[in-house]
Design a protein. Structure first.
Length: 359
């Protein structure tokens, strides 16, 4: 009888090593005999039809993210300017791609893995070009712009930092009456010419003429225009500080005044007689923001045309958006970059352009 029991156990449970392996697998919560090759990486996905049924919610989320990026222009601004808010931070939606990819792998969902391809493709189509370095060499004019912050604790140091950038023309925004003399003194040795209109100013190594305020429908001056006579030709330089944008609990993303001012600025630039134009300033909006169409539709971003990366400028402590812009018309951008942090809550931005070969 003992021999018969042994034979039965051997037939039913396999050899001694096989029984021990099966017992060990049961302790780990696995059942059934081990299939040949099942310990190879990736084989636990094979033959599992559930990989197509799992991750439906992840797949739907991936499709939603793709649609938001693809159809962002269709998101209405009627409620809290939601469309503009989305467009301001649109590049950051790309962070959903690696997150969704990781979750799809954890869930072992083939459906979700395929769905993640959609937002990845849309994001690369929109912003993939910004990942490459498009900066060139040469150029005959370097310009910079900086919102210096009215509450800047060290305006003199900020002025020296900007002047040290080597820019031929510098625009400053958010100037206060008390700070203007400080900036004038600190930048006098580098820039022979300058003009201030309201809370914006222009400093230049080359002669400045035809200076006037530009009405952007605010009731006070936050934009100006000047002619800079560079060695290779005259350029119309506009400096602007669009009204601030606020995110309020009750009103959402409020930007009505900014939008009105952007339209007025766009009209002024369109009426400009000089063919070469440069816009420097804090526009409180990105190039994707539809509210700036009156300006962006007629000018090129130096960062988009000749920069490397997104060139985020605000907030300085952790830049999340490029709301400080350098745009040109009738001028060839050569390179564009951000400058080191100063005492402001914005980063300065700079660009090298070529006006000698421009029409």
């Amino acid at each position: 009888m003992a021999q018969q029991a042994y034979v039965t156990e051997t037939v039913d449970g396999g050899s001694g090593p096989e029984r021990r392996r099966d017992r060990f697998r049961r302790l780990l919560g696995r059942s059934g005999p081990e299939r040949p090759g099942s310990d190879r990486p990736g084989t636990h996905w094979r033959g599992d039809r559930r990989i197509w049924r799992r991750g439906i919610v992840l797949s739907a989320l991936a499709v939603v993210v793709a649609l938001v990026m693809l159809l962002h222009a269709q998101i209405p601004n009627a409620v809290g300017n939601l469309g503009s808010l989305t467009e301001t931070f649109l590049p950051w939606l790309g962070l959903f791609v690696p997150l969704l990819l990781l979750l799809a792998l954890v869930r072992k969902s083939a459906t979700a893995l395929i769905a993640v391809v959609l937002p990845a493709a849309v994001w690369l189509n929109l912003f993939g070009g910004l990942l490459t370095d498009k900066a060139g060499t040469g150029g005959d004019l370097t310009v910079a712009t900086h919102n210096v912050n009215a509450d800047n604790p060290d305006p003199s140091g900020t002025a020296r930092d900007v002047a040290a950038s080597g820019a031929d023309v510098v625009a400053l925004e958010e100037l206060t009456t008390s700070a203007v003399p400080v900036y004038e003194k600190a930048m006098a040795s580098t820039y022979r010419y300058h003009a201030v209109e309201g809370t914006v100013g222009l400093w230049s190594k080359y002669p400045v003429s035809a200076v006037r305020a530009v009405d952007i429908k605010l009731g006070w001056t936050r934009a100006m225009r000047a002619t800079v006579t560079a060695p290779d030709g005259q350029v119309a330089v506009y400096v602007a500080h669009m009204p601030s944008v606020r995110v309020k609990m009750a009103a959402g993303f409020t930007a009505r005044q900014r939008d009105k001012s952007a339209n007025a600025l766009g009209e002024a630039i369109a009426d400009e007689r000089l063919p070469r134009k440069i816009l420097l300033g804090d526009l409180n909006g990105t190039m994707n923001d539809r509210a700036l169409n009156a300006v962006t539709s007629q000018m090129r971003s130096t960062q988009g045309a000749a920069g490397s990366g997104f060139g985020f400028s605000w907030p300085a402590s952790f830049p999340m958006a490029r709301i400080d812009q350098i745009m040109v018309q009738g001028i060839d951008p050569v390179s564009s970059w951000t400058l080191p942090e100063t005492g402001s809550d914005h980063l300065p931005v700079a660009a090298r352009v070529n006006i000698a070969t421009s029409s």
